[in-house]
Write a protein that binds this ligand. Structure first.
Ligand code: BES
Ligand code: MN
Ligand code: ZN
Length: 498
């Protein structure tokens, strides 16, 4: 995607489509007002005749408006001008993008960036325009046969700005937004792929491909024999029931010399049937999304590499299938983790923590500045926070606040949940150092406490994305979250934000 800014009048720019907005009660937005003057009142006329709606989220595509160089004009409803804020701005951009997705528009000029949006900087408006357009235009149809609707040929996004001084931050916002779309789209693709395609080996190949031809990025993949030599008995106990080989994927991006890296660990269960503690059949297909933590950290690596950020970032992905069979781990089995701690596996469906604990122990070698694991870890988290916010738990107040704040700025929200010894007590086992489940209460927190037993001495946070990583129902599909949040955090850490 290419981006540009312009301070010239919207009517004089020859593009395939200009996006302008109108508020309720016939109030024209800045871009619409200029086009209306250039066309001697065509826009006002269409409002009067009821052909264009000012309702927030409506979009009317006009062709050949006289006196306007743009071939089409997308007129978007902005709702009441007194209610117009950042959320409404994104909704308006989404409406325009939906209309554009049905056309062959190659270049657009977004004039909505001329509107006053409370609390939103030029950087924000450009970045979220690009993210919203990317999210709206995303399609996953590679598994369908036959003729498919052509993908949008959109190549160029321009932004109308009121003053030259806003150009640099507008372009920066667009570039960051574009890189986040790249990372989030990769995360969506990996999530949406079926589990017979997106296996642990497939994730490993994807990570290797990302590193190919990038001098700053290397990918190393460990096989089961290597994991066994490292003592990863907990991780390997999860893969015991499947023929599909497990992988430990290690990506290292060096953009800041010898500085301590941020380490992202992503749960990569490419299918979670529950193991011997088999899940019920209804909706089990959605457990192909149980690798969305892995997808989001690999996607974030793609964003960082694309932007060539001056930061060191490592990504570690334990990738396995969790299936029942005669060789599978049984409830009651006791396994030994890489840390030396033993675990009584009381429920083979609590497998995420069993692979993450060994990946976290492995990551100690990197002496992380901060280590963050991202996982579709518990159904309890979905009960607690629903689909709107990712749960964040941490042994460090500053890191927890940093992540929650990054989620706010990135429009990819999170919420803090506690950890603590009262909860950790629930993991007691009569036979091993701990059990892998914490009983009926506080399931998201006890899962966090389990991981906390493997991160002592590191600055660590755990993000449970069980509710946010994908949508169910008619719009079933991966969301690409929390790529925006993680990218925001890394952008802020290397002072790349305005
Ligand atoms: N991958 C699931 C968590 C999950 C369930 C995410 C539903 C999204 C929707 C995880 O491996 C799991 O099965 N967790 C169990 C843990 C329990 C056995 C302690 C759960 O949440 O039921
Ligand atoms: Mn499970
Ligand atoms: Zn799982």
């Amino acid at each position: 995607m290419e981006y540009f800014t312009t301070t010239s009048k919207p009517s004089v720019r020859a593009v395939d489509c200009a996006i302008v907005g109108i508020y309720s009660r016939g109030k024209l937005g800045a871009g619409a007002s200029e086009l209306d003057a250039a066309s001697r009142g065509e826009i006002r006329q269409l409002i009067k005749s009821g052909d264009i709606s000012s309702k927030l989220g409506r979009c009317t595509m006009l062709n050949g408006v006289s006196g306007v160089k743009a071939r089409r004009v997308a007129v978007v409803g902005l709702g009441k001008s007194s209610d117009f804020g950042a959320r409404e701005f994104r909704k308006a951009v989404a409406a325009a993008a939906t209309a554009i997705s049905k056309t062959k528009v190659r270049q657009v000029l977004n004039c909505l960036t001329l509107e006053a949006v409370a609390g939103a900087s030029p950087y924000y408006l450009a970045r979220h325009s690009v993210e919203t357009i990317g999210d709206t235009l995303y399609r996953f149809d590679k598994m369908k046969s036959g003729r498919k609707p052509a993908a949008s040929p959109l190549k160029k996004i321009g932004f109308s700005i009121a003053q030259r001084a806003d150009a640099a931050n507008t372009l920066r916002g667009a570039e960051h937004g574009g890189a986040i779309v790249t990372g989030a789209s990769l995360a969506k693709d990996l999530g949406n792929l079926p589990p017979n395609v997106c296996t642990p080996s497939y994730l490993a190949r994807t990570a290797k491909k990302l590193a190919a031809g990038n001098g700053k990025l290397t990918t190393r993949v460990l096989n089961e024999a290597e994991m066994k030599r490292l003592g990863m008995g907990s991780l390997l106990s999860v893969t015991a029931g499947t023929a599909e080989p497990a992988r430990l994927i290690v990506m290292r991006y060096k953009g800041a010399g010898n500085k301590k890296p941020v380490v992202l660990v992503g749960k990569g269960v490419t299918f979670d049937a529950g193991g011997i503690s088999l899940k019920p059949g209804l909706g089990m297909d959605e457990m192909k999304f149980d690798m969305c933590g892995a997808a989001s950290v690999i996607g974030t690596m793609a964003t960082v590499a694309h932007l060539k950020l001056p930061i060191n970032l490592n990504v570690v992905v334990p990738a396995v299938e969790n299936l029942p069979s005669g060789t599978a781990t049984k409830p009651g089995d006791i396994v030994k983790s890489m840390s030396g701690q033993t675990i009584e596996v009381l429920n083979t469906d609590a497998e995420g923590r069993l692979i993450l604990c060994d990946a976290l122990t492995y990551s100690r070698r990197f002496k992380p500045a901060a280590i963050i694991d991202v996982a579709t870890l518990t159904g309890a988290c979905v009960v607690a926070l629903g689909a709107h916010r990712t749960a964040v738990m941490s042994n460090d107040d500053d890191l927890r606040s940093e992540l929650v704040a990054a989620g706010e700025s990135a429009e990819d929200r999170a919420w803090p949940m506690p950890l603590g010894d009262e909860y950790a007590q629930q993991l007691k086992s009569n036979f091993a150092d701990m059990s892998n489940i914490g009983g009926p209460g506080g399931g998201a927190v006890t899962a966090g406490c389990f991981l906390g037993k493997f991160t002592k001495g590191m600055t660590w946070a755990h993000m449970d994305i069980a509710g946010t990583a994908w949508k169910s129902g008619a719009k079933k599909g991966a969301s690409g979250r929390p790529v925006p949040l993680l990218s925001e955090m890394l952008l802020a850490r290397c002072n790349a934000l305005p």
